[in-house]
Design a binder for this molecule. Structure first.
Ligand SMILES: NC(=O)c1ccc[n+]([C@@H]2O[C@H](COP(=O)([O-])OP(=O)(O)OC[C@H]3O[C@@H](n4cnc5c(N)ncnc54)[C@H](OP(=O)(O)O)[C@@H]3O)[C@@H](O)[C@H]2O)c1
Length: 393
């Protein structure tokens, strides 16, 4: 059993991973920030309470330290002091922000933050570094992306992708600097909630795409109940079962795919690789052999949310005006257009991710990621709707 310092434990993947590592008997030192009204400890307890039943059984298996990855030695000091011996660091803390305008903060958190975590390892004599990254360090490359590939001159859709590539470079440099150092890099796809319970603590990624439609549905239903005459002639109808028909058009190329995998599969495989000696120095792609079609996932999401009438088209039909004829739907149609623009970059079909390392290391334990089918999407969306797409913490 190992004693692990983890960053990012209040985050989506980190909280599920912390629970999975403790389930296996590992001991954790969880680095967290405080918020305005909650201590670091309260925040960690809250998210762990959400992702696992009976968090009390882990009492004594984790401690929480307050820190910040943007500060030298994560603000923990240049030696471990009372924290005692740490065997490995799991680095997940990151800013998952795609906006160009937030580039400075994203670079600071994801690049400087990674450097600070590596410097802490050097100062505290920790030789094992586990780095959680993204498939999208591949940027705009096409074709087959190998797990060993890194900087191949690619361009990026946003500063986040570029920052994660630079973070990976620092990890590899650190590992080269001292033969005692070893690293693993886990490149994740778009991660969604638990495949069995639908649970998540953060509603970004696919949820970020679906949430605005869910909000619009609630707004329209409220408006219809109040008077609704301003919607006459818009083609919007509310069925007796609560299904709302909204005549909108969404343009997504029919050959787009969305590499999306439930969080339980992701953390189960990370834990297995973490515990495998042979995984040292390797990078692992977490990807479907054949990723699901983006249009299929989107259609299943609309259906699970009780929304019909949305036409998912390959290309804008000739002769159909992109401006909606009815005033009530014009602004909705426009915001749908800009929403799609933010997501289509992640729905491209021109690259595939090789998983040789992953398959070799998992051996007989390798199970392909669960199929993204209607039953799974229903579970994910049910949990999201019950929680109004509202993040924990
Ligand atoms: N979720 C995905 O679909 C996905 C896909 C590919 C890769 N990944 C990678 O997986 C990792 C975890 O992602 P996630 O989805 O769990 O992200 P998340 O839910 O946004 O969580 C981010 C975590 O980083 C922490 N953090 C941010 N800035 C920090 C700072 N300055 N000091 C200390 N902690 C800080 C956050 O703490 P606070 O709670 O205090 O903000 C939070 O715990 C990231 O490295 C990400 O790049 C995620």
């Amino acid at each position: 059993m190992k004693r692990v310092l983890m960053t990012g434990a209040t985050g989506f993947v980190g909280s599920f991973l912390a629970a999975a590592l403790m389930e296996r008997g590992h001991k954790l030192v969880l680095l967290s920030r405080r918020s305005r009204n909650k201590s670091a400890r309260q925040r960690v307890d809250e998210v762990l309470g959400c992702v696992t039943r009976g968090v009390n059984r882990f009492k004594g298996q984790y401690i929480v330290v307050e820190g910040d990855v943007t500060r030298e030695h994560l603000a923990l000091g240049s030696d471990a002091g009372d924290l005692g011996k740490i065997d490995a660091v799991f680095h997940l803390a990151a800013a998952l922000d795609f906006l160009q305008t937030n580039k400075e903060n994203v670079f600071h958190t994801n690049i400087v933050g990674t450097r600070n975590a590596l410097d802490l390892c050097t100062a505290w004599r920790i030789n094992e570094f586990h780095h959680v990254s993204t498939l999208f360090v591949a940027g705009d490359r096409e074709g087959t992306i190998m797990e060993g590939d890194l900087d191949c001159g690619q361009s990026f859709m946003n500063p986040y992708e570029e920052s994660k590539l630079n973070g990976e470079k620092l990890v590899r440099e650190w590992a080269r600097r001292d033969p005692r150092n070893s690293h693993r890099i886990y490149r994740l796809p778009v991660v969604c909630g638990d495949s069995i319970t639908g649970k998540t603590i953060a509603f970004n990624g696919l949820y970020g795409f679906c949430a605005p439609f869910w909000v619009v549905k609630q707004q329209i239903i409220r408006r219809m109940k109040k008077n609704g005459h301003d919607l006459d002639g818009s083609g919007i109808t509310l069925g007796p079962d609560g299904t709302l028909h909204i005549p909108l058009t969404v343009q997504i190329s029919s050959d787009s795919s969305l590499d999306m995998i439930p969080v339980d599969w992701v953390v189960r495989n990370i834990v297995h690789l973490f515990e495998s000696e042979g995984s040292k120095g390797l990078t692992f792609h977490f990807a479907h052999a054949v990723p699901p079609k983006a249009t299929d996932i989107i259609r299943m999401c609309f259906s699970a949310m009780g929304i019909t009438g949305i036409d998912v088209v390959d290309k804008w039909p000739d002769g159909r005006a992109s401006e909606h004829a009815h005033t009530a739907l014009r602004s909705v149609q426009r915001s749908v257009g800009s929403l799609i623009g933010r997501f289509t970059g992640y729905m491209k079909n021109h690259k595939s991710f090789d998983t040789t390392n992953m398959r070799a290391m998992m051996g007989d334990s390798f199970n392909p990621p669960p199929r993204i089918d209607r039953a799974l999407v229903d579970r994910l969306m049910r949990f999201a709707m019950e929680n109004n797409f509202r993040n924990v913490s």
